[in-house]
Design a binder for this molecule. Structure first.
Ligand SMILES: [Cu+2]
Length: 257
């Protein structure tokens, strides 16, 4: 796994591409590193100053094979990294698979709103309260995702810049007020994950955390039906944005700049 989260393996349709790029890059760099370290060690040992050496050592330059090696290898590396990067980006951040489910995620100081657009239901999150453990806790906002379904996450912000990050998905995207960004992915492995805001967004940024629950499609529909039964029908749109987001939230009303 190359020190990536263990649960990333097979988590979404994107994680295998990120893992391949990450590990491939390290392997290529390590091969060059091992050759370079070996050459350095060999030089240090073979050309060390010996007991009876006097004056300057023999001056050497232009070892053609080494010069050619260290010209070609960087070119091959840069070209290789470039094409592997473009390939990985095409399959991940530029993934344009037609979504079966659209879910809108609003970041807000300091919680999350989830609009299940296709199911016409919403969940309005309340800021989590940390209890000293490293988990968001039961009452933290929970994003439900249907497994084996093509999902589009539409990321928006109600106030300042936030960032949507589920570490296990190996993907992070800024949420910028007035602009919407998307992640098209297919969750593959059912289970519980954690997520958090990854852009310092104010006093309680550290509590802007959430749970992610990847469940079978039926369970997902049952959940959104449950939301509708509780009266959470429809979506929470831009009307809840803080239009004065650019103002200092700590300023008292009536204060002059
Ligand atoms: Cu935030």
């Amino acid at each position: 796994m190359g020190f990536l989260p263990v649960e990333s393996k097979g988590a979404t349709s994107h994680t295998e591409h990120y893992i391949a790029l990450w590990n491939g890059g390290w392997i290529a760099a390590l091969i060059v590193g091992v050759i370079t370290w070996a050459l350095m060690l060999w030089c240090i040992v073979a050309y060390r100053r010996r007991k009876n050496d006097r004056g300057l050592p023999v001056q050497m330059r232009y070892n053609m094979p080494v010069e050619i090696f260290y010209t070609i290898v960087p070119i091959v590396l840069v070209v290789g990294f470039f094409f592997h990067n473009v390939d990985a980006m095409d399959k991940t951040i530029y993934d344009e698979t037609e979504p079966e489910e659209v879910i809108e995620v609003y970041g807000k100081q300091w919680a999350w709103d989830f609009n299940y657009v296709t199911q016409d239901a919403h969940y309005a999150g309340v800021q989590a309260n940390l209890d000293g453990t490293e988990q968001p806790g039961e009452d933290a906002p929970t994003l439900y995702l249907p497994a084996d379904t093509d999902v589009q996450l539409k990321l928006e912000s109600r106030d300042v810049i936030h960032s949507f990050w589920v570490p296990a998905f190996l993907e992070k995207r800024d949420m910028i007020p007035g602009r919407s960004s998307t992640i098209n992915l297919r969750p593959l492995a059912e289970g519980d994950y954690v997520g958090k805001c990854a852009e310092l967004c104010g006093e309680f940024h550290s509590e802007m955390i959430f749970n992610v629950s990847v469940v079978p499609y039926d369970e997902y529909v049952a959940y959104t039906d449950g939301l509708k039964e509780q009266g959470n029908e429809g979506v929470l749109g831009d009307e809840y944005n803080r239009t004065d987001w650019y103002k200092n939230p700590y300023e008292q009303e009536g204060d002059e700049h």
